[in-house]
Design a binder for this molecule. Structure first.
Ligand code: SF4
Ligand code: SF4
Length: 179
């Protein structure tokens, strides 16, 4: 997902990777990601969001009820499997400065205040200390956890407000306006 907090202008493993993570993963979108992206890119959130039936995908995020079905919200993908914001021409993220927090934090996790490489990651790179500003990555990881908690609460509120009857576009509008 072409992270992260890189040390000033250094070449990183992402520079020689063809965005494996941008193709492999379904990227969870939190309510805050949706609000930030739609505002910054001046796009309706429906234009870059796909909804997948909750029972078909494994995630701990609280599900939205859209058209009466439990759904999870992810970044849209192209037919070739790449994220809608990935450029095949440059092999880079087109919205790098504004990418979702899950992209910023990848491929790292934390144990308390220690940043570690994620286990079972598909990232082929060997990340070295010179590539990573650990303090910023830790900040992104903590913020991601906090925003996912707020996302769960916001989804519950919108589910109740819409009675499970909203279509995707209306649900996203309600969700964005609730954060
Ligand atoms: S798979 Fe790893 S090296 Fe490749 S773009 Fe993603 S984070 Fe960067
Ligand atoms: S938003 Fe950018 S970094 Fe994140 S998956 Fe899409 S192309 Fe990759």
């Amino acid at each position: 997902m072409i992270p992260l907090a890189l040390k000033g202008g250094l070449q990183t493993p992402c520079d020689s990777c063809n965005g494996k993570c941008c193709k492999h993963y379904a990227i969870t979108l939190s309510a805050h990601d949706l609000a930030r992206l739609s505002k910054t890119l001046n796009m309706h959130p429906r234009e870059f969001t796909r909804a997948i039936e909750a029972e078909k995908i494994n995630t701990k995020v609280f599900p939205a009820v859209i058209n009466g079905k439990y759904m999870q919200l992810f970044l849209a993908k192209k037919e070739n499997g790449y994220c809608t914001f990935f450029s095949e021409e440059t092999q880079k993220c087109r919205i790098h400065a504004h990418r979702p927090l899950a992209c910023r934090a990848y491929p790292f996790t934390r144990e308390k205040f220690v940043v570690k490489n994620r286990k079972n990651s598909i990232c082929p790179a060997k990340w070295r200390a010179k590539h990573v500003e650990r303090g910023k990555v830790l900040h992104d990881l903590v913020r991601l956890e906090e925003e996912l908690k707020m996302h769960d609460a916001a989804v519950m509120r919108v589910n109740i407000r819409t009675g499970g009857k909203a279509d995707l576009g209306r649900f996203l509008e309600e969700l964005v306006s609730s954060v």
